[in-house]
Design a protein around this ligand. Sequence first.
Ligand SMILES: NC(=O)c1ccc[n+]([C@@H]2O[C@H](COP(=O)([O-])OP(=O)(O)OC[C@H]3O[C@@H](n4cnc5c(N)ncnc54)[C@H](O)[C@@H]3O)[C@@H](O)[C@H]2O)c1
Ligand SMILES: O=C(O)C(=O)C[C@]1(C(=O)O)C=C[C@@H](O)C=C1
Length: 307
Amino acid sequence: MTPLYDRVALIGLGLIASSMCHAMRRAGLARQIVGYARSSKTRDIAREIGLCDHISESAADAAKDADLVVLCVPVGAMESVAQEIGPVLKPGATVSDVGSVKRTVIDAVGPHVPEGVHFIPAHPLAGTEHSGPRSGFAELFDNRYTIIVPVEESDPQAVDRLIAFWGGLGALTETMDADHHDLVLAVTSHTPHLIAYTMVGVADDLRRVTDSEVIKYSAAGFRDFTRIAASDPVMWRDVFLNNKEATLEILGRFTEELFALQRAIRQGDGDHLHDYFTRTRSIRRGIIEAGQDTDAPDFGRVKVRTE
Ligand SMILES: NC(=O)c1ccc[n+]([C@@H]2O[C@H](COP(=O)([O-])OP(=O)(O)OC[C@H]3O[C@@H](n4cnc5c(N)ncnc54)[C@H](O)[C@@H]3O)[C@@H](O)[C@H]2O)c1
Ligand SMILES: O=C(O)C(=O)C[C@]1(C(=O)O)C=C[C@@H](O)C=C1
């Protein structure tokens, strides 16, 4: 493939950035990849494993002269990075990000992007519980959606080029408005993570009583929870602080349903439990019958009930 961008700069060299490096190289999407991470230890590891063509000593140095700059830092660090690189960005360059929340990132980064530079936020819906520069792999984005969230001023040609770039990384792409993105992700990713964190916390409390039984007898469902609960604490702290309204809204609905199930159990209301589990089973069966049981969720099909 002919490179879509001459020089790509990645700020933050964790799971997502390192996977982007491997996938960019696999497809030949950039002539030169430049990286920067805040910690010197991370920069040293990146150099040692040859993650990028060049590792810079500051975010501004990496971003200067880049045609595409992607912010791959935790959501809460986006603003300070944007503030640092804003003054050195090349006219005509594109600035994007991979943050798990979109509205607050747009509000925090947008004001630091100078006129003549395209700002096009994005979010790959792919990840693992691992982090850091060694955790990436080229296949992470294959057949997974990346949501592109153009802002009002985004230039259509620059948007098309970024869509082609993510396609080259192996992803399926969809464009979406920031608020809708944040609500959908609160349902499909953020609240489920919070539930997993809580369940593992409860089990840990219990472990003090039952010694090692919780771990010894943990079944597949609980093991999946522990995998998710092993995700990076800084990343997830920032997700909840920055998608407050949508996660509180979904969490409110979740607790209402949970209370109803709790009451049904206490009152021995088997009909309620049976009806509820029948409904949830039919949702899963509907997905399978429609041939939609792929790793890539179709966000056109995710319906968020508003009443
Ligand atoms: N992990 C996932 O499953 C996943 C999936 C999709 C999107 N995201 C988003 O991608 C972003 C990166 O996540 P990740 O999983 O790659 O994280 P990670 O913890 O693996 O890496 C984060 C990197 O950012 C660097 N960093 C932190 N603060 C910085 C700062 N102020 N300046 C420069 N570098 C800084 C860290 O040193 C590290 O190199 C986050 O915004 C996250 O919400 C994560
Ligand atoms: O598979 C995992 O480990 C993930 O949690 C990845 C996951 C998700 O919820 O699907 C987590 C956060 C991201 O913003 C996108 C993807």
